[in-house]
Design a protein around this ligand. Structure first.
Ligand code: FES
Length: 114
């Protein structure tokens, strides 16, 4: 595992997302819940549109191109459900967001938002 610094946690407030580049790879960081930041491949799996141009509301990430929706914490597809974001291992440590590009994480089920 090789966690690399992606950004300062202070630069990514809860409810925000941003695209960063790590070793030439475009990564979308999503701070959907308190001090929990998820890292995904930055392009939509549908037609490779930048997900950072989409919307993040109530833990749901919506692609701006054709409105596919994903669970912002796990990357699971919500609409449609048979897709998912490529997710990387991530953690917050000493005020920084760290990402391991070599460690893919299963997208997991969508969070229960009731
Ligand atoms: S490119 Fe994202 S929904 Fe089509």
């Amino acid at each position: 595992m090789a966690f690399r610094p992606a950004c300062a946690l202070d630069d990514l407030w809860e409810g925000e997302m941003k695209e960063v580049e790590i070793d030439g790879t475009r990564v979308l960081l999503v701070h959907a819940a308190r001090d929990r930041v998820s890292a995904f491949a930055a392009m939509c799996p549908h037609q490779e549109f930048p997900l950072a141009n989409g919307d993040l509301t109530d833990g749901v990430l919506t692609c701006a191109a054709h409105l596919w929706q994903f669970d912002a914490e796990t990357g699971a597809g919500l609409n449609p459900v048979d897709c998912a974001l490529k997710r990387f291992a991530s953690r917050c440590e000493d005020g920084r967001v760290l990402v391991d590009l070599e460690a893919a994480v299963p997208s997991g089920p969508a969070q229960d938002r009731r």
